[in-house]
Design a protein around this ligand. Structure first.
Ligand code: 5AD
Ligand code: SF4
Length: 450
């Protein structure tokens, strides 16, 4: 019987906002609900259960949730009139931070579930369906959640693996230490066995996730570099990546590993936020610009082709034109293969939100535009620098047209290439002959496959 015609099948729509951590969590929520007969639908209007997995990092991200609930309400009312109903659940960091507020502001929402309580979803949904009107708090520890979630069912050759959650760094602009709580690392053995099970199901590239992933400290005192080495030792793990890192946790051992371990891909996302020392201090980033530049220089020494990515905030309270110019100079000095940049957004409860001298909107917009123009130019020229090279590409699927495949370069670039032979999961050599700002393309190299 096809999935569509099974009468016991329920439809689940999950919308994911924000970071990769949420992407990972959404997959786990899907897995925990699948034994209950929930199958993914692409259409929210058609769903028995809608989960919005939310992000609280900037105001815009938070507001999106409320406008989406507004849209869902109409679908829900129609379904209720048809005698079918729809359960609406808010998960993620907005749920954690604004649980009460959501219930008050959005009566269409049936349940609110924070990031540490996803393993309780089946029970919560059953209760909501009985219309007890209960709300659910996220007062479970991260380890309880990891233990209770079922084995993963990855659906591709690349996968995320969450190894660490939370943050103790308390950057003055950031809500994460409040929403995701204190730093917590999963035990080494659990991470290794999850990696093994991913590989057994066909995964070739694993991206380790955590809010401060390189602050990982496993049981028995094993550090992050040690974990990476052990993962690289698993047969079938072909490629490793990690995000998001904090510069102060880039220790000597980890930097050296980038030169020693071929499975560790030559790409690193290392947020710097600003190029101005005064702003970095006000942000409580715990390092200055010279420290960041030094890490980059050391990484490039051991791995000359390493591609770098970062995050910037423009318009942090009190940022002057001159301080913004220091950020522009940092970009020119380091050169990034890609980057994310944001206007500062005051977040409730964070120290920066109550700082004097918030920067005017127009100044922020102008700075963001200038910064992004420079970053995009660097991204394009990084992609163009691959033209003429032969890159090992992990095949992830079919391309846009017949005779074409899609894959991922060591530098996390999206690659389209002409080929008919390769299977998903193969690593093949591709000669690059074209580049745009967002991707590169070429053809399978005649000579050899990796
Ligand atoms: N305003 C703007 N950007 C922010 N980020 C975190 N908090 C804020 C905020 N209040 C950005 C940082 C971080 C990324 C995930 O989001 O650059 O690295
Ligand atoms: Fe937020 Fe700073 Fe922690 Fe990153 S290190 S999650 S920016 S507090």
């Amino acid at each position: 019987m096809s999935e569509q015609t099974r009468p016991d099948l329920k439809r689940l729509f999950i919308e994911t906002y924000g970071c990769q951590m949420n992407v990972y969590d959404s997959e786990r929520m899907r897995d925990v609900l699948s034994p209950l007969g929930y199958a993914i639908t692409e259409r929210p209007d058609d769903a028995d259960l809608v989960i919005l997995n939310t992000c609280h990092i900037r105001e815009k991200a938070t507001e999106k949730v409320y406008s989406e609930v507004g849209r869902l309400r109409a679908h829900k009312e129609r379904r209720v009139a048809e005698g079918k109903g729809m359960t609406i659940a808010i998960a993620g960091c907005v749920a954690q931070a604004e649980g009460e507020e959501i219930i008050r502001r959005a009566p269409a929402v049936d349940l609110v579930v924070g990031p540490q309580a996803y393993h309780k979803l089946p029970e919560l949904i059953a209760r909501a369906a009985r219309k007890t009107g209960e709300r659910l708090a996220a007062d479970f520890t991260a380890q309880e959640k990891f233990d209770a979630l079922p084995a993963r069912a990855p659906d591709g050759v690349t996968a995320f693996l969450s190894i660490q959650e939370g943050c103790d760094k308390f950057c003055t602009f950031c809500v994460v230490p409040y929403t995701r709580g204190a730093e917590f690392s999963r035990p080494l053995a659990d991470v290794l066995s999850e990696a093994q099970s991913l590989v057994d199901r066909g995964v070739r590239e694993i991206t380790l996730l955590g809010q401060n992933v390189n602050a990982y400290h496993g049981s028995g005192g094993s550090g992050f570099a040690d974990l990476l080495r052990r993962l690289a030792g698993i047969d079938g793990v072909e490629r490793l990546r990690y995000m998001t890192s904090h510069p102060v946790e880039m220790d000597d051992e980890l930097i050296a590993l980038h030169g020693e371990e071929p499975k560790l891909m030559p790409y690193l996302h290392l947020p710097v936020q600003s190029g101005s020392d005064r702003i970095l201090k006000a942000m409580n980033r715990k390092h200055d610009g010279a420290f960041y530049r030094d890490i980059i220089a050391r990484l490039r020494k051991v791995r000359p082709d390493i591609a770098l990515s970062t995050d910037f905030i423009v318009g942090f309270p009190g940022e002057t034109d001159k301080e913004f110019e220091a950020t522009m100079q940092m970009v020119r000095d380091v050169t990034f293969a890609s980057a994310f940049s944001f206007k500062y957004s005051p977040r409730p409860g964070t120290p920066a939100a109550s700082m004097m001298a918030q920067v005017a909107e127009e100044a922020m917009s102008e700075r963001l535009q200038r910064l992004q123009a420079l970053l995009f130019e660097q991204q394009r020229s990084f992609n163009e620098s691959q033209i003429g090279r032969v890159l090992p590409v992990l095949v992830t699927g079919d391309g846009r047209r017949p005779g074409q495949k899609h894959g991922r370069s060591p530098y996390l670039q999206s690659v389209h290439f002409d080929d008919t032979r390769a299977d998903n999961g193969d690593i093949v050599e591709v000669r690059i002959d074209h580049a745009t700002q967002n991707s590169i393309s070429g053809a399978r190299h005649e000579m050899a496959t990796a």
